[in-house]
Design a protein around this ligand. Sequence first.
Ligand code: ZN
Ligand code: ZN
Length: 152
Amino acid sequence: MDTKPQPHNVMEIFFRRSRAHGLKVTPQRTVIYEELLKARDHPTADDIHKRIVKKIPNISLDTVNRTLLTFSKIGITHVVEGYGQAKRYDPDVDTHHHFRCVRCGCIIDFRNKEYDDIAVPDEIAGKFEVTRKKVVLEGLCGKCNNKKEKGT
Ligand SMILES: [Zn+2]
Ligand SMILES: [Zn+2]
């Protein structure tokens, strides 16, 4: 069952959330959000900037950076857990999980009902308020695994 919202609905959510948070829906913000939605690679602000600079030549990386952080604050984007590198953004705010390649850093989405329902350990539940659960699996992606076998 594919429950992913259709692009039209997603833009609706974007407009509604922005308005609810007093955030003006500017053409720049709309383009940034649309570009992020299209991305399946959990891009950095720099990646998004490179992709939209063709459409908006005078947009600065700083603007893209700040806009993505604002999107995260109002909950229409998630920041992917960091590894000391540039922040990466995830347009998919529905519950899903990640496989991360430790070599090339690619992040692949997957969905799994059992992981969604995973129990919070008592030592955590007793001390903290858990607002989101995400399972991150690490290893080598297909491409990197092939390279390893070839010995390169
Ligand atoms: Zn890889
Ligand atoms: Zn993701």
